[in-house]
Design a binder for this molecule. Sequence first.
Ligand code: HEC
Ligand code: HEC
Length: 395
Amino acid sequence: MTVRIGLVGVVLSGLLIFSGCNVNEYPDYLSYEFRTHGTVVDNKRSELTLDPDKAAQLNELLKPHFGTPANPVVRGTPGDDMDPDDAALLTAPDMQLSDDALKRGSILYRQHCLYCHGINGDGGGPTGQFLNPLPRDFRTGLFKFRSTAKVDDQGKVDAAAVTPPSRADLLKTLKHGIPSASMPAFNLLPETDLNALVSYVIHLSLRGQTEIAMAKRLIGGDVPSAEDITEEVKKIAKRWQKDASQRLIPKPPSEGWDVVANKGRSTNWEQGRHIYLTVGGCVQCHGKDGSSSIVEVADNATRLDSWGHLNPPRNLHLGVYRGGSRPIDLFYRIKLGIAGSGMPAAADFWQSEPVKPGEQPKPMRPFTDEEVWQLVDYVMNIPGQRIGGGSSAAR
Ligand code: HEC
Ligand code: HEC
């Protein structure tokens, strides 16, 4: 009897192994499917949704441009091979969206990411829905942790504009994970695999952004033509490539950070605190002591992120930073803001120069990099300070 069960077991596992069913790859019949998008207007959640017929229509319209989970592609002009015009853009170093990279990325994504981020990257994987914060929905194109900034045609930097992350930013997120959120670190995967995953995340995001634009048209009663979609895909891909390639390089702080690290606290610390409590506006959300207490700032109990989920400001006493804890990481978070989270860019705040008695008031000006470094310095010193006033948001 035991021998017979053993034999049946061996035959069954043989059948599974040799049946051509590879559990690591997506089956060919599977498609990307439209799922409702959560959005927020005036801190209230609303939904972008389609009835089943329109959703099915949209899935079919997008397929020639983005393929299927088993055979993902990015195409402006549909076709088996990339149009030469598309190829220059889509295989550029900042994009790396070749069919091979995406195919490899989709297999790895299925193994390592899908259960949180979902097949189409909406953050609604089977495990995802139980997490807090929820996994990122890549479809809006909003990413929190980036070092990129918009530079206009005249070369002027607009640090407050939201840009996509660079490939290096996404690689950093994959390698280090997101501390205090459930996003794991994948630094044991080979670099080539991490690169393929980055390409696949960009693919899902370009698809999601096109889906949102086209869903809005369908809701308005307008059926987009193949040319409309080609134009939209090209526009979104071009914008991503341009904006993701421009890294903001800050002026170094006047005092070296190694000195600051050794001393534990720089001489500029008081100045950082002053900005934090006054013109920087940080106090409005993070509270006087940085604990983001809901007793001091009642709005912190109801603040929503751009995806429509509760997202209180970080308790700065914990010294745990999701986007990395090096001074340069905090510099980017403060200068550029944290897209989608409600944390504004310091570049959005303008301030006046101190005026001496008898002088005319000077025009308002944006924060200098030195002032942002002073804020970084102050933020890094908060965990050593006494928590005062009320309970903390404990995040
Ligand atoms: C256990 C769940 C989980 C798994 C597995 C997971 N993630 Fe995440 N991921 C998250 C959460 C949660 C966030 C959002 C954190 C936040 O909002 O601070 C996130 C955020 C991200 C972000 C957004 C970073 C930003 O700047 O906004 C990227 C990109 C990402 N994950 C990629 C991946 C990839 C690629 C994989 C697979 C290799 C993966 N994740 C696996 C939970 C997960
Ligand atoms: C309108 C509310 C608001 C204001 C104003 C604000 N923040 Fe935040 N801050 C947030 C929220 C929300 C988060 C959580 C972001 C997230 O989802 O990861 C946050 C997170 C942070 C973090 C954590 C970064 C990380 O990697 O985890 C730091 C540091 C920070 N804020 C510093 C500041 C400083 C300095 C200022 C003033 C220049 C400021 N904040 C102004 C809402 C705000």
